[in-house]
Design a protein around this ligand. Structure first.
Ligand code: TRP
Length: 481
């Protein structure tokens, strides 16, 4: 374990972190949540949490990974020992593993929709179709549990194969082409939206801030989204940080990731809402938003089938580079902790997530509104899982901020950050006080509004349970001190 690999190239962490950050969160989830929450106010809370909370925690999380050079759970175990702090901090790792597993389950189902649309684009099925036909096609996709499960399986198997075979080299080179290409094709869609849609309405919708418009659960969703889009608060970045060379700059990398990630989301949002308002579609259409607006642009555009096909392939690439970062920390832990081989560990993680993903599949059809599940819990299983992740990620981030802010010593932090005294002080103030206060503020505002006492109870049970497991099975890392 002490011979943990280090990436040879400084830029690799940046690339891997961008690959993890930029994904369905930017292209699918950001526009859909913004639309459901009425636009600007949501974006204001999202942007504030990215910059005041997200960036400092991004630095903290990378730091914990690099300082421990282990997978998140083992890394936190190591750090709590070397610092003589409570073992309860290990719950950061456990909570992270739980979030990764939950996120991957629905992430893969949604990425499956992109497989469907890649196919539709390349076969020219939607050429010339109008909004109504495209909407009907999407509804038909959602109505079919079999088709959704098929695509979900394809995507999760592909992600598992990549992590299982450990082919990070290929991914690195792939990302260097994929990310700029994705951005370029998004700009094409944006220009199409400006020319043929209603860009002014989109800009007005996204950048008119009126906090009063935002529902209490909207606050939680906005904060959750800022963690989701940066891949924060669950160990993915910690796992990557463990491979980061000691001399790469933490702060500069964190800023670069946040800025690029936000730029992609902004362009995607502007493009999608220009089309939404231009075609008189519903901004609050929900999770299908991207899949009923973008195909419309491709249906009308010259060479739309080809452009759309390439677009959805790039979306899939971005989604895979994110999903591997969801599998990696859990797999690395299973390998370190239970002596599984890498393929076995990946298989276990992926199989469990795949099975849980079936709940998301049926959320759009047999268990949709009107079904027993929906009536009992007041929302679909998919909404429920998303809600849990909206709580788990900021909670994990909060613990990471507190640990890095209070448990690590000045010299340890400086050894990792190598920065000016002033920026150190600013950063430490942010992780010690601002980030925890912001997370606590949003939690206290929102959570009591959500499902009464049910969710806090479930959340607390999971944390206590994870902690108990951690105590009961002390790892073999014990000899390491
Ligand atoms: N950030 C990715 C996206 O925006 C999703 C993702 C990948 C993620 N790894 C993560 C989210 C870890 C939370 C935690 O699509």
């Amino acid at each position: 374990m002490s011979t943990h690999n280090v990436w040879t190239h400084k830029g690799t962490f940046l690339l891997a972190a961008i690959g993890s950050a930029v994904g369905l969160g930017n292209l699918w989830r950001f526009p859909y949540l913004t639309g459901e929450n009425g636009g600007g106010a949501f974006i204001l809370v999202y942007a504030l949490t990215i910059f005041a909370v997200g960036i400092p925690i991004l630095i903290a999380e990378t730091m914990l990974g690099r300082a421990s050079r282990r997978s998140p759970i083992m890394g936190m175990r190591f750090l709590t020992r070397t610092h003589g702090t409570y073992r309860a901090w290990e719950s950061i790792g456990w909570l992270g593993a739980a979030s990764a597993f939950l996120i991957l389950s629905f992430y893969s189902v949604i990425a499956g929709w992109a497989i469907h649309y890649t196919w539709q684009m390349l076969t020219g099925t939607l050429v010339g179709a109008d909004a109504e036909a495209i909407g009907a096609g999407f509804d038909a996709l959602l109505a079919s549990p079999g088709l959704l499960t098929f695509y979900h399986s394809l995507f999760i198997i592909a992600s598992g194969l990549i992590v299982g075979m450990g082919i990070h080299k290929g991914i690195e080179n792939g990302l260097r082409i994929l990310m700029p290409a994705l951005f370029a094709i998004l700009l094409v869609v944006l220009f199409y939206g400006i020319a043929n849609g209603d860009f002014a309405a989109a800009a007005g919708f996204l950048f008119t801030f009126n906090l009063g418009d935002l529902s209490l659960e909207g606050w939680l969703q906005a904060m959750g989204q800022s963690f989701f889009t940066l891949s924060l608060g669950m160990g993915a970045i910690m796992a990557y940080g463990a491979y980061m060379p000691s001399d790469a700059s933490l702060s500069r990398t964190a800023f670069a990731v946040a800025v690029i990630d936000t730029a992609v989301a902004t362009v995607a949002g502007l493009a999608i809402f220009s089309l939404v308002f231009g075609a008189g579609l519903d901004a609050a259409a929900g999770p299908g938003l991207m899949f009923v607006t973008l195909p419309l642009a491709f249906a009308e555009m010259p060479f739309g089938g080809l452009v759309g096909g390439v677009f959805f392939i790039l979306v899939l690439g971005a989604a895979i580079s994110s999903s591997i970062s969801l599998i990696e920390p859990v797999a690395a832990f299973l390998v370190e902790r239970f002596d599984l081989t890498r393929p076995q560990a990946v298989f276990a993680m992926v199989l469990a997530s795949w099975a849980l993903g079936l709940l998301t599949v049926v959320s759009f059809n047999t268990w949709a509104e009107g079904s027993l599940f929906h009536t009992l819990f007041g929302r679909s299983a998919f909404d429920f899982i998303e809600l849990l992740t909206n709580i788990f990620m900021p909670l994990g981030g909060l613990l990471i901020a507190l640990f890095a802010g209070w448990a690590l010593t000045y010299s340890e932090v400086m050894k990792e950050m190598r920065t000016s005294e002033t920026w150190f002080q600013v950063w430490r103030f942010l992780v010690r006080f601002v980030a925890p206060a912001a997370v606590a503020f949003v939690f206290l505002r929102s959570i009591p509004q959500v499902e009464g006492y049910l969710l806090p109870t479930v959340g607390a049970l999971i944390i206590v349970g994870a902690f108990a497991v951690g105590r009961t099975y002390p790892g073999k890392g014990r000899q390491e001190r």
